[in-house]
Design a protein around this ligand. Structure first.
Ligand code: ZN
Length: 785
C-alpha cells in the first residue's frame, strides 16, 4: 500500500466552509508593520460583524462526525485543533484566537492559517524563546499564561504581535511525552479578565487535545512502520529463497523506504572493513534524482568517507544519526548541486548502520518530495528501515567473501592441476608400453599382488586392466594414460592407504568382472573400475572418526562418510579435468559419475553393514533378482567392499605384510589421539600390539568372510578369495598352504599368547556364512577399507 503524501488533507471540503466565513481572521502578511496592521484592524472588525451569526454557528460546536478522521491514515490534526480553538473562542467570549503549531526542528512556532492546503504561503514564524511574544514564551516554558494587561506587560515587548488585545490567555497543548505540540492564544479586545472557570475549561480541553494528538500520531507511525515492516519482510523472504544480488536487494528496499517517507533520492554506503589504512573506504550505491521505482541504484566503487564533506561522511565518522534541515546552508557540509538538473541537496535523513564493532555502513535519504524537512515521524519510520540495513550489509559482506573464496578455490585448482600433470617421460613410457607390457604369470589369479620391485609397472598393468574391461572402445589413449598417472600420484605415501592399495583393489575388481562377463553393462563396468582406482584418493591416513575428533574441515563439509565423499570429489575432478569420458554421450558420462559416487560411498564400512543386513536375507531366500535395480546396487556395494578388503585374502605372507601396514597407519593415528588426550581404540594402540593376530581373526570372521560369502553366492568363481581367508581346508593343502585365518591362529601360538578371550563367543568359519548385520560394527568401523 502506498501511503498518501502528508499534505493531502482528507478534511479539505469541510474546512472550505469554515475558511470562507473566517477570512477576516486572516493574519496580514508578516511584511506588514505594526502601524499598518493597526490601521487595517477596524476594517477587519467591520467585516466580522457582518458575518457574526454565520460564523458563530460554525465555531460554536464541533461536528462530532469530524472525529472519525482519527481512524484515517492521514488525520489532519492541525485542522481539528483549529476548529477546537474556534469553539473555545466562542465559549470563552473571546474576540479571537491564534493557533500556533510548534516546529521542533526549526525551534519555531508557526501561526496556523485555516487554509491548510497550502500552508507555506502564509507561513509566519516566531523563534521559541522567553520574553518577546507571549506565544513563543509559552511554547518555551510549556506553562499557560494569563495576561491581564497585554499592552503594559513588560515581559512581552511585542505583545501578541498581530493585534492590540487587552487581555489574553495563552495555553500550550502538551503531549503526554512532554512535547509542546501547539499554543492556543485567546484574546479579548475588551479589558474583561479571563476568570478561573474559563482558564480551567481551556486547560482541560488543551490537555485532552494533547493526549489525542499524541495517540493519533503514534497510531499513524505504528501503522506506517507496520506496513514498512511487512513489505521489507516480504522482500527479505524472497532474497533468502533466491540468493538475490545486492543490487536487486538495494533497488527494492530503497524504493520501498523512499516511497514510505517520500524522499527524492537514496544512497547506501558499505564500509570496506578489509581496507587497512587511516582512510574510511566504502562502496556506494546511489539512485540519483529519479523517482522511478525501478531505477537500479548505481554502484560507485570506493568513496572515501574520511574526506567527504557530506552528511554521509559526517555520520560515518561520528556514528551519529543526522536530520539535516538544509545541508546547502549548513557550514559543515560542502554545497552539493546536481550538475544536470541543478537540484540542490537540502534536507536529508542519514543514519549509521552498525554492528557490535561500530559503523559498517551509512544510509541516506535526500530531499523530501514535499519540500519540507524530514519530521519526527519520518525519523521513526527510517529507524525501522535502518534495522534491516545491517542485514543487507552483512549479506553483502558474506557474498563478497564467497566470491573471493570461489576465486581462490579456482586459483588453487589451477595449481593442483599443474602439480598433477604427469611428467612427460612417464607419459611417453606408458604410451609406448601399453599393450606391449607382459603381465606376470599369475596376474589373473586372486593371489597376485604387486611387489615392491615392480611398482613402476602399475600404470602399464592398469592400462591392460582398463582396456580389457572397458576402455577398448571410444576412449582416447592419451587421456587414459594422463588419467592413470594423475590418479596414482594423487595418493599419499601412507603405509596402507596408498597407490598400491588402490591398485590391489582395482586388480580384484578387474578379475571379478573379467570372470563374470555380461552381468554389468558398459557404464556399470566403467564406473566399478574407475571407482576402484579412485576410491581412496588423497586419503590422509586417518579414519572418519579421527577427522571428527580433530575438527578437520572435511568433517564440517560432509555429515557422514567424509573421507569417501572427499575421494569422490577428487575422482570427479580428475575425471573431468583429464576428459577421460569426453567421447561418451553426456547421458553416459552423467550415469557413470553417479555410479562412481555410489560405489565409492559404499567403501565406508558403515554403509557395508547396512547393505549386508538387507542383502543377506535376499540371498538366503534365493530371491536375488538381477533385473531389480536395488538388488544390483547392493551387489555392487559388496563388490566394492570385497575388492577393498582383498588384501586380507592374499596368501598369508602377503596378507600379513598388508595387515602390518594397516597397523602402522592405525598406530600413527593412535599416537596422535593419545597426544590429544584421548585413549586410542585397542587396535590403534601400539602398546597393545600383542592383540594384532587375535584382532585379525576377529576382523576376518566378523567383517571379511560374510562379505566374501555373499559375493561367492552370486559369483561362485570368487571362491578362491574365500578359501584364502578360511581355515577349514588347511588339512587339504597341508601346513605349507596354510590359509590366512588359521595362520593368524598359528601366529598366536608362536607368540605364546592366548589372548583372544572372545573367540568362543563368535561363530567359527563354517557357521559364519551369513552373519546378521547387527554384529557390533563399532569395533570394526575403523578397520582398513
Ligand atoms: Zn580402500
Amino acid at each position: 500500500m502506498q501511503p498518501l503524501p502528508r499534505n493531502v488533507k482528507s478534511t479539505k471540503s469541510r474546512l472550505d466552509t469554515i475558511n470562507q466565513t473566517q477570512s477576516h481572521l486572516l493574519v496580514p502578511s508578516e511584511k506588514l508593520d505594526k502601524v499598518t496592521r493597526r490601521v487595517i484592524a477596524p476594517y477587519a472588525q467591520i467585516e466580522r460583524k457582518g458575518l457574526k451569526e454565520e460564523e458563530d454557528k460554525a465555531g460554536r460546536y464541533l461536528d462530532m462526525s469530524r472525529f472519525n478522521v482519527f481512524l484515517e491514515d492521514t488525520v489532519d490534526l492541525e485542522s481539528l485543533l483549529y476548529e477546537t480553538a474556534m469553539v473555545l473562542k466562542n465559549v470563552t467570549d473571546s474576540t479571537g484566537v491564534f493557533v500556533y503549531i510548534v516546529d521542533k526542528l526549526r525551534n519555531e512556532i508557526v501561526l496556523m492559517h485555516p487554509d491548510t492546503v497550502n500552508p507555506d504561503r502564509h507561513e509566519v514564524n516566531m523563534t521559541i524563546r522567553e520574553g518577546k511574544t507571549a506565544a513563543a514564551h509559552v511554547a518555551y516554558t510549556k506553562e499557560f499564561l494569563l495576561l491581564e494587561d497585554v499592552q503594559h506587560d513588560r515581559r512581552f515587548s511585542e505583545g501578541l504581535r498581530w493585534i492590540d488585545a487587552k487581555v489574553a490567555l495563552c495555553m500550550p497543548v502538551i503531549k503526554p511525552d512532554g512535547d509542546c505540540y501547539a499554543v492556543l492564544e485567546l484574546y479579548r479586545t475588551n479589558p474583561k479578565i479571563y476568570d478561573d472557570n474559563v482558564v480551567y475549561t481551556v486547560l482541560s480541553v488543551a490537555c485532552w487535545a494533547g493526549a489525542a494528538v499524541h495517540q493519533a500520531q503514534e497510531r499513524v507511525t505504528l501503522q506506517k512502520t507496520g506496513h514498512l515492516n511487512s513489505e521489507l519482510r516480504a522482500l527479505l523472504q524472497n532474497y533468502f529463497c533466491d540468493l538475490a544480488s545486492i543490487d536487486t536487494m538495494l533497488t527494492d528496499m530503497l524504493a520501498v523506504v523512499k516511497s514510505f517517507i517520500g524522499a527524492m533520492r537514496s544512497s547506501f554506503y558499505i564500509i570496506d572493513k578489509d581496507h587497512i589504512s587511516e582512510m574510511m573506504q566504502a562502496d556506494m550505491w546511489d539512485d540519483g534524482w529519479s523517482s522511478d521505482r525501478n531505477t537500479m541504484p548505481k554502484k560507485k566503487l570506493k568513496v572515501n568517507l574520511s574526506l567527504e564533506q557530506t552528511p554521509a561522511g559526517y555520520v560515518a565518522r561520528t556514528g551519529e544519526s543526522l536530520n539535516v534541515r538544509d545541508a546547502y546552508k549548513d557550514p559543515r557540509f560542502a554545497k552539493e548541486i546536481e550538475p544536470t538538473t541543478g537540484t540542490v541537496v537540502r534536507s536529508c535523513l542519514v543514519s549509521p548502520i552498525t554492528d557490535k564493532n561500530g559503523v559498517i555502513g551509512v544510509v541516506q535519504l535526500t530531499n523530501k518530495t514535499t519540500a519540507q524537512p524530514f519530521d519526527a515521524d519520518d525519523e521513526k519510520v527510517f529507524a525501522v528501515f535502518v534495522s534491516y540495513c545491517s542485514l543487507i550489509v552483512h549479506f553483502y559482506n558474506m557474498q563478497q567473501k564467497k566470491i573471493f573464496h570461489d576465486n581462490l578455490n579456482h586459483v588453487f585448482c589451477e595449481l593442483m592441476s599443474l602439480h598433477m600433470k604427469p611428467c612427460r617421460h612417464d607419459m611417453d613410457d606408458l604410451l609406448e608400453s601399453s599393450g606391449v607390457i607382459m603381465p606376470p604369470i599369475n596376474f589373473k589369479s586372486f593371489d597376485y599382488h604387486i611387489s615392491d620391485s615392480s611398482k613402476e609397472d602399475m600404470p602399464g598393468l592398469l592400462c591392460i586392466m582398463f582396456t580389457e574391461t572397458f576402455t577398448n572402445r571410444n576412449f582416447d589413449r592419451l587421456a587414459v594414460a594422463d588419467f592413470l598417472l594423475s590418479t596414482l600420484c594423487s595418493y599419499r605415501q601412507n603405509p596402507y592407504h596408498n597407490a598400491e592399495h588402490a591398485f590391489c583393489f582395482t586388480h580384484t575388481m578387474y578379475l571379478i568382472l573379467l570372470n563374470n562377463p555380461g552381468y554389468f553393462d558398459f557404464n556399470e563396468t566403467a564406473a566399478l573400475m574407475l571407482a576402484g582406482l579412485c576410491h581412496d584418493l588423497d586419503h590422509p591416513g586417518y579414519n572418519n572418526n579421527f577427522l571428527t575428533l580433530c575438527k578437520h574441515p572435511l568433517a564440517s563439509m560432509y555429515r557422514t562418510s567424509m573421507l569417501e565423499n572427499h575421494h569422490y570429489f577428487l575422482a570427479k575432478k580428475i575425471i573431468e579435468d583429464k576428459k577421460i569420458l569426453s567421447r561418451l554421450p553426456i547421458s553416459d558420462q552423467q550415469r557413470i559419475l553417479e555410479e562412481i559416487k555410489y560405489n565409492i560411498l559404499c567403501t565406508d564400512l558403515a554403509v557395508y553393514f547396512q547393505i549386508r543386513a538387507q542383502l543377506t536375507p535376499l540371498l538366503a531366500e534365493r530371491v536375488f533378482d538381477w533385473t531389480e535395480n536395488s538388488h544390483r546396487r547392493m551387489l555392487k556395494g559388496i563388490l566394492m567392499t570385497t575388492s577393498d578388503l582383498s588384501g586380507c585374502c592374499k596368501p598369508f605372507g602377503i596378507a600379513k605384510a598388508i595387515a602390518e601396514s594397516v597397523y602402522e597407519e592405525f598406530y600413527a593415528q593412535g599416537d596422535r589421539e593419545r597426544a590429544m588426550g584421548y585413549t586410542p581404540l585397542s587396535m590403534m594402540d601400539r602398546r597393545r600390539s600383542i592383540n594384532q593376530p587375535a584382532e585379525q581373526i576377529q576382523f576376518l570372521s566378523v567383517v571379511v568372510l560374510p562379505c566374501l560369502l555373499m559375493l561367492q553366492n552370486v559369483f561362485p568363481n570368487t571362491s578362491p578369495l574365500t578359501d584364502n581367508c578360511r581355515s577349514y581346508n588347511i588339512f587339504r593343502y597341508g601346513p605349507v598352504q596354510m590359509k590366512t585365518q588359521e595362520a593368524w591362529h598359528e601366529e598366536i601360538e608362536i607368540r605364546g599368547h592366548k589372548l583372544w578371550r572372545q573367540q568362543e563367543s563368535l561363530p567359527d568359519g563354517k557357521n559364519s556364512r551369513f552373519l546378521s548385520g547387527e554384529t557390533k560394527s563399532d569395533t570394526h568401523e575403523s578397520s582398513a577399507n
